[in-house]
Design a protein around this ligand. Structure first.
Ligand code: M6R
Length: 621
């Protein structure tokens, strides 16, 4: 979390930083700030809250600096105050930094610097980095450029400071004695260097770069870049020169524009028919009853024979993994289990020979998921990625993988990434099943069913107004239950998560049958119970669970299959979805739940795309 951007070139840096930070704001919006540097020194502006506040406070005249750094914060150490907002300066006022990540040994370093007379003006771990660089920069006689290979004392000081840090960082750093120089460094947090015509943009992700150039270098951990004037060089942080390859950024500006929509979440929900179509394109081969997953072609043989699949991810990606567990077992008959990435490495997991781990992530930057991947790799597992963001850290860290291909997802609440994650898991389960025992008929039915999903999603989206009215009728309710069985149980969890994170309504997702083991005590007519009761092998059981709620005066919102007349008697509110083979239902049944959450949040007047306390990609553990 936190977004950083930096510019060195020949244009005014201020508007470039402002635009960049607006694009990165999804990574955190507790505070924002920029620092600009010219030969007359620093100009720093900070504010608590959103970027538009910062933008309004900025001067418009005499802003001709060509070098600057900017930051949008998701608070970890210290409240979202102006003092804690980045950029941070060192004690001498010569060094200015923006930081994304967590410095785990900041407290020890802070005490040590304080013992040397350094004073701190924030509660952040990041200010320690500024002061540590300042310490090396301002200490006499430490830097000897006859023996030291660093280009200059600024670069050397950065290297010295980085070697003391434990934790993660994406950093952009300026020094007032070097007003034509910018340094970036990376460990554990993403950092990209955009290389334009005599101009450079460093940023946490490509969205802040693509307006200026489509050529970029993706820094790896423990690497840094020093830009001086029109030139740059890359090194490891221990000063070994490295050559990095310039890559094309596969990202279009149109894909991150709001278009005619009010919110990114609304746009991303609406995009799902095309997003899923793109995700399936060229992969579902109905004519030959098979699935073609280019990125996994070399792995499929081993995968089909694996003894166990472990799926891991966080939040919505974990819910997709839970659907995957069901699909791998049901369709491919391979034992599978889903693990919270944040818990995985702390429980000494058993990874036998032949276990394959699948990491699921929209952003490809989630720190907990990355930590789980590293742990699995240390234990000898093959790790595959299912990632949306091309070139992201998880995409690069895994042994092989499949991209979701749904384009940028900007709204904090994940929507189209979930349906695509489930679509990719379904394709993989079918292909593995086909290579094992799955009948030709069921393979063909599932593949045809998959290819029909875009149209079926589109037909659910037409119920916009109806779903909005259901949200309106229940908008004063503070507690909701979401209930489903089998493959629709993860959908119930996902529906509850969506409602919680953007409307701040308390919601719980449960396997419908679990309700009677405790949560049923909560049922009153003040607690809407959302049931997924589509035609499936457990349909009658779910009806039984609905009866139990109604018998206790509960109000029901029921997601049912089109044409199901019987269900009407059980629903206070009914939403129908087209008939879909049971294993494929999550991709359709989740749509009305996304829409319910969206409308509830809008009706409550919340900032749908930037819910409080959250950030889109969680790059801290
Ligand atoms: O980028 P990732 O898919 O790795 O992110 C994982 C979760 O942080 C994410 O799904 C989160 O739960 C969403 N905000 C849910 O809508």
């Amino acid at each position: 979390m936190c977004g950083i951007v930096a510019y060195l070139g020949h244009k005014d840096a201020q508007p470039i930083l402002v635009e960049g930070l607006k694009r990165l704001e999804y990574r955190g919006y507790d505070s924002a700030g920029i620092a600009l540097l010219s030969s007359s020194g620093f100009r720093v502006h900070k504010t608590t809250g959103r970027m538009n506040g910062l933008e309004q406070s900025l001067p418009v005249d005499n802003c001709d600096e060509i070098l600057g750094i900017g930051h949008t914060r998701w608070a970890t150490h210290g409240k979202p105050t102006e003092a804690n907002a980045h950029p941070h300066m060192d004690f001498s006022g010569k060094i200015s930094i923006v930081h994304n990540g967590i410095i785990e040994n900041y407290s020890t370093l802070k005490k040590w610097l304080q013992s040397k007379g350094y004073e701190f003006s924030s509660e952040t771990d990041s200010e320690v980095v500024a002061n540590l660089i300042g310490y090396f920069f301002n200490t006499e006689n430490e830097f000897d450029n006859t023996t030291c290979q660093s280009e200059n004392k600024f670069e050397w000081s950065v290297q010295q400071a980085l070697s003391e840090l434990v934790g993660t960082y994406g950093l952009a750093i300026m020094c007032s004695d070097y007003p034509d120089m910018l340094i970036g460094a990376k460990k554990g947090s993403p950092l990209i260097l955009g290389v334009g015509e005599n101009e450079f943009v460093i940023a946490s992700d490509a969205s802040a770069i693509v307006e200026h150039t489509t050529r970029a270098i993706y820094l790896s951990d423990n690497e840094m870049v020093t830009i001086k004037g029109n030139n740059f060089h890359t090194k490891t942080i221990d000063n070994i020169q490295i050559t990095k390859t310039l890559k094309d950024i596969e990202f279009s500006l149109e894909a991150i524009e709001l278009d005619t929509y009010e919110h990114y979440m609304q746009k991303e929900i609406a995009e799902q028919p095309t997003a899923i179509e793109t995700c399936l394109k060229g992969r579902v081969d109905i004519a030959n009853t098979r699935v073609v997953l280019g990125g996994l072609q070399d792995q499929l043989r081993d995968l089909a024979r694996t003894k166990r699949i472990i799926l891991t991810g966080c939040g919505t990606a974990w819910h997709a993994g839970l659907v995957g567990e069901f699909l791998f077992e049901q369709i491919a008959r391979i034992p599978a289990e889903v693990e919270y990435a944040s818990e995985f490495r702390y429980r000494n997991p058993i990874i036998e020979d032949g276990t394959i781990v699948i990491a699921i992530s929209q952003s490809g930057e989630t720190a907990d998921t990355l930590a789980a991947i590293e742990h699995a790799k240390e234990r000898g597992a093959t790790v595959l990625g299912m990632v949306n963001v091309v070139g992201s850290t998880i995409a690069r860290t895994t042994d092989a993988g499949v991209y979701l291909r749904v384009g940028p997802e900007i709204g904090v609440a994940s929507t189209k990434a979930f349906t695509a994650q489930v679509a990719v898991l379904t394709m993989l389960a079918i292909e593995l099943g086909r290579r094992r025992h799955l009948s030709y008929d069921l393979s063909a039915e599932l593949l045809t069913g998959l290819s029909q999903l875009p149209d079926k999603i589109a037909s659910v989206l037409k119920q916009q107004e109806h779903i909005k009215q259901i949200a309106k009728a229940n908008i004063d309710k503070e507690n909701w239950l979401f209930l489903g069985r089998g493959v629709n149980y993860p959908v119930a969890l996902e529906g509850a998560l969506k409602l919680k994170e953007i409307s701040y309504i308390h919601a719980e997702g449960l396997p419908a049958a679990e309700m009677k083991h405790g949560p049923i005590a909560l049922i009153t007519n003040n607690m809407p119970a959302v049931f997924i009761a589509t035609k499936s092998s457990q349909y009658n059981k779910v009806i039984g669970n609905i009866e139990e709620v109604r018998a206790r005066g509960g109000r029901t919102i029921v997601i049912a299959t089109e044409g199901d007349e019987n269900i009407k008697q059980y629903a206070d509110h009914l939403i129908t979805v087209p008939d879909v083979t049971e294993q494929l239902q999550p991709i359709v049944t989740v749509i009305p739940l996304q829409m319910l959450a969206y409308h509830a949040a809008v009706l409550r007047g919340h900032d749908v795309d930037k819910p409080r306390n959250l950030a889109k990609s969680v790059t801290v553990e």
